[in-house]
Design a protein around this ligand. Structure first.
Ligand SMILES: [Zn+2]
Length: 159
């Protein structure tokens, strides 16, 4: 584009002023859209083209991470990472800190008071006691205790 020639042909004063600025190198056309005039400086593209290119990059990156194989790879990496001793130690430490927070403590207190949780705990304890009393060693201990008790009583009656 021959700017000098255009300056001769254009009659609109505003357009002429712009062409002059381009001629002197103060203004340039955006290299990307080739429409917007921008002051000559560090950037060769206009703001909206810059934004569009950032948005395009973001979109590409979003699309990349949505790919099934990339997702699977990341899941696999995360799973492996979690198995590492240092990651496990970090997790334990995080959980410990979390449990110590007042809101976590309050939540636990509130949780324990819920009727369904209380009922579940009672049921669990009942179940445990049932199982415990059926253990052979516990049964044997009980039989032994009863036998001793009977003997003591008999001895007392004979005195
Ligand atoms: Zn542009």
């Amino acid at each position: 584009m021959d700017i000098w020639k255009m300056i001769q042909e254009v009659e609109d004063p505003e357009q002429r002023a712009i062409l002059w600025k381009m001629y002197r190198g103060e203004l340039m056309i955006c290299k990307s859209c080739e429409e917007t005039l921008i002051p000559r400086g560090l950037s060769q593209v206009c703001d909206s083209c810059k934004e569009a290119s950032v948005e395009r990059r973001r979109k590409r990156s979003r699309e990349y991470y949505q790919r099934p194989e990339v997702k699977a790879q990341r899941r696999e990496y995360y799973r492996e990472y979690q198995q590492r001793p240092e990651a496990r130690a970090l997790k334990r430490e995080r959980e410990r800190k979390y449990r110590q927070r007042p809101e976590a403590k309050a939540w636990r207190r509130e949780y324990k008071q819920r009727p369904e949780v209380k009922a579940r705990r009672r049921e669990y304890q009942r179940e445990y006691m049932r199982e415990y009393t059926q253990r052979p060693e516990v049964k044997a201990r009980r039989r032994e205790y009863q036998r001793e008790y009977r003997q003591r009583k008999k001895a007392q009656e004979e005195e």
